[in-house]
Design a protein around this ligand. Structure first.
Ligand code: AMP
Ligand code: MG
Length: 267
């Protein structure tokens, strides 16, 4: 059983090999304490990225319904200055969006220099829901894998780092979370009848995810398979991966204007 995180580029991923319950040797207290420390680092790195204004980071979240996309985004970025972050959620495409190529609406939301962009769903829906529900013929969607790789390469070549997270929950865990949503009136809005037919196609979605992760897992835009049945472990894993990537990007404050030490602010 593989635990996490980044499969070898080019390898064929089997999700059965990844345990959604994995938590390493962590308990909740240890994971929360470590996540807190990482969030302090994340705050500082984000400020440097914004100040430097030369590179950007795009973070894609994909998961089944109730997989924790909203929760992870809320938790991981809770201390971050909202000025430097943009979140985009991709829903069923509008008529205008459908009148363009599938990357048109995506490209517009890619973070500009200095920003972190967070995608709640993404261009990958085009090889997930579109494939499973045959919304396009196979001849069309099967070409999207290469198109996505080329698109992500363009972003990487243009100073945008791309990270992709698959929040991996089990079918049993989804059932529990759906039941919680049905019990709690404040969570009713999160449940949709349309979630049930999607759950019925669970195995088809897992196959589609396996192909997306296997075929679009590049060195320049890696997939991370996150064990996500345990929320505090999921948050730790995601926060740690983002901090590592930002440390590698190593954004620097710009050089100050000369002679700042001689400036006297007039009364
Ligand atoms: P939610 O994230 O729960 O608000 O739901 C958004 C819905 O939009 C999901 O059912 C997605 O599968 C659907 N969706 C997102 N992108 C696409 C797409 N490109 N084509 C069809 N459906 C999509
Ligand atoms: Mg939903």
């Amino acid at each position: 059983m593989k635990n996490h995180l980044v499969p070898k580029s080019g390898s064929k991923v089997k999700l059965q090999d990844y345990d959604p319950d994995f938590r390493g040797d962590y308990d909740k207290a240890k994971a929360v304490a470590e996540t807190d420390q990482l969030q302090d680092k994340l705050e500082n790195l984000q400020e440097r990225l914004y100040a430097e204004n030369k590179q950007s980071l795009l973070i894609v979240f994909q998961a089944m319904d109730a997989g924790g996309k909203d929760g992870t985004i809320g938790k991981v970025f809770e201390g971050i200055n909202p000025m430097g972050v943009r979140v985009a959620s991709f829903k069923v495409p509008s008529a205008e969006e459908l009148a363009h190529d599938f990357l048109w609406r995506i490209h517009q939301q890619v973070p500009p220099k200095g920003y972190i962009g967070i995608f709640n769903r993404s261009h990958y829906e085009q090889v997930l829901v579109v494939r499973v529900n045959a919304l396009e013929p196979k001849e069309v969607w099967k070409r999207h894998y290469d198109q996505i790789n080329e698109f992500e390469r363009l972003l990487a070549d243009s100073g945008t780092r791309v990270m992709k997270f698959f929040l991996h929950i089990s079918k049993d865990e989804q059932k529990k979370r759906f039941e919680d949503r049905l019990k709690d009136p404040e969570k009713h809005w999160k449940f949709s009848m349309g979630d049930l037919p999607v759950r019925e196609r669970w195995n088809d979605y897992m196959k589609a995810y396996e192909d997306a992760i296997s075929r679009c897992n590049t060195d320049y835009a890696p997939w991370h398979i996150v064990p996500a049945n345990t929320k505090w472990y999921r948050d730790l894993v995601v926060t740690k991966a983002i901090v590592q990537t930002l440390e590698d990007m190593n954004p620097a404050y710009p050089a100050p204007e000369p002679d700042l030490d001689k400036v006297v602010i007039p009364d």
